[in-house]
Design a protein around this ligand. Structure first.
Ligand SMILES: [Zn+2]
Ligand SMILES: [Zn+2]
Length: 73
């Protein structure tokens, strides 16, 4: 697999879309791995497990605004 940007051999793949990326072209982002919605254990709302600094290409951008996981109702 080659980098989607420069067509050199890729060093990894974008965690979000799977495009190949060389070390000059990947970015890092945070990635939510799992959401726990155990209300009996945590009254604050769902807990999320986030992995920091995963590979992300320049084509994957957040869509819209952040969504609060804490319900206010
Ligand atoms: Zn590249
Ligand atoms: Zn991507």
């Amino acid at each position: 697999m080659n980098c989607v940007e420069c067509d050199r051999p890729a060093h990894g793949t974008c965690r979000f879309c799977g495009r190949g990326l060389c070390k000059d072209h990947f970015n890092s982002a945070n990635f939510i791995v799992t959401i726990s919605n155990n209300q009996s254990k945590n009254e604050e709302g769902p807990e999320v497990l986030v992995v920091k600094n995963v590979l992300k290409c320049s084509h994957c951008e957040p869509l819209g605004e952040l969504i609060s996981l804490n319900k206010k109702d």
